[in-house]
Design a protein around this ligand. Structure first.
Ligand code: F1P
Length: 346
């Protein structure tokens, strides 16, 4: 994670991404719609991009599971841009989805980690994430690098379309430069998270809740836990809890709430109250200095403050650490989880 987040990586991906995006700048700026296709963790990064691009660049975005998109009869046209995201660049569903879109005349932009991979070669243009090799099967630093590139894309298109004001753009650029140091800060939570993992390593279910930019992070936290520790976990938008998952909450249910200070903070406070009222065990990821949610939580994990647009880069870290430590304590092989492959090529 650190490697992928150092200033060098941001500068490099910025430079490379600019090279990839420049050629298609006008297409991006004039796109009717952006369709994002991906699987697993890469799909979650795509979901963060939906929030970023719609908010900063005001272009409608659809985020599709490549494994569904490729088999239905989607409406695609020449003014669409399809962004295919894949760490390995070899995921068969993502490759098939982009080939389908290409056959209908869409422009394909790829975000891959592996240079020269099949997906990278099948695209019209793209950006490499250069996050280094993912040693384990479960994507971690790839997520961080994908979200970084997607953030830069949203900022560039937003500024070109005039939907992102120059002062706001500058603020975000300055804040982005601080992220590597804040990631280092977040990694210092390791010891605290070992302690929390010890208490929950025998849980059979976990619920992850988030709103806004932290909703895709909740999905990613749940996926990491499932992938490497084999504990059943569900990620949900916190506001959807009352439409079903609330029935699961009792004193046996650990609920990880990503509740950093952002535009949906007040709303998530009431979601935390709902969990508390049902005696769920609350593990809260909050912004440093918050006092409201900590007063209700069983465990409080504080992360540095940043813009809500950049928060997924920080809020995902404690969730990755939690999954990692729980998996190790349960004796699971975190690098080679059962039934999973690094590249899903069938
Ligand atoms: C997609 C993915 C990963 C997941 C696992 C299986 O891979 O679902 O997110 O962690 O490795 O494949 P990719 O298309 O991003 O390489």
């Amino acid at each position: 994670i650190l490697d992928s987040m150092r200033g060098r990586m941001i500068a490099e991906s910025n430079h490379l991404m600019m090279a990839g995006i420049r050629e298609f700048e006008n297409k991006f700026v004039n796109a009717n719609r952006i369709i994002i296709v991906a699987c697993g963790t890469s799909w979650h990064a795509g979901l963060v991009a939906e929030y970023l691009i719609e908010d900063l660049a005001r272009i409608p975005v659809e985020v599709e599971y490549a494994s569904e998109f490729r088999y239905r009869n989607p409406i695609i046209n020449e003014k669409d841009i399809v962004i295919a995201i894949s760490q390995s660049g070899e995921t068969a569903d993502t490759l098939a989805a982009l080939e389908l879109a290409k056959s209908k005349g869409a422009t394909i932009f790829g975000i891959c980690n592996v240079v020269g991979s099949s997906i990278a070669r099948a695209t019209d243009a793209g950006a490499y994430t250069h996050a280094g090799p993912e040693i384990g099967v479960a994507s971690t630093k790839a997520f961080t690098a994908q979200v970084t590139v997607l953030t830069l894309i949203a900022m560039i298109i937003g500024s070109k379309r005039g939907t992102l004001e120059t002062t706001k753009l500058r603020e975000l650029m300055v804040e982005l430069e601080t992220i590597p140091n804040k990631v280092e800060e977040a990694l210092k939570l390791n010891e605290q998270i070992i302690g929390i993992s010890e208490q929950y390593k025998d849980a059979t279910n976990f619920l992850y809740l988030g709103r806004g930019y932290n909703f895709p992070v909740a999905l990613e936290g749940a996926l990491k836990l499932k992938e490497i520790s084999y504990i059943h976990a569900e990620g949900y938008p916190a506001a959807e809890m009352k439409h079903g998952p609330i029935a699961l909450i009792d004193e046996q249910m650990p609920v990880v709430v990503i509740a950093t200070k952002d535009s949906s903070y007040e709303k998530i406070v009431s979601n935390v109250q709902e969990v508390k009222a049902r005696k769920g065990k609350i593990i809260a990821i909050v912004t440093e200095g918050d006092t409201t949610i900590p007063a209700m939580a069983d465990h409080v994990i504080e992360i540095p403050e940043t813009s809500e647009h950049l928060m997924p880069l920080l809020s995902v870290i404690p969730l990755q650490l939690l999954s990692y430590h729980i998996a190790v304590m349960r004796g699971c092989n975190v690098d080679q989880p059962r039934n999973l492959a690094k590249s899903v090529t069938v």
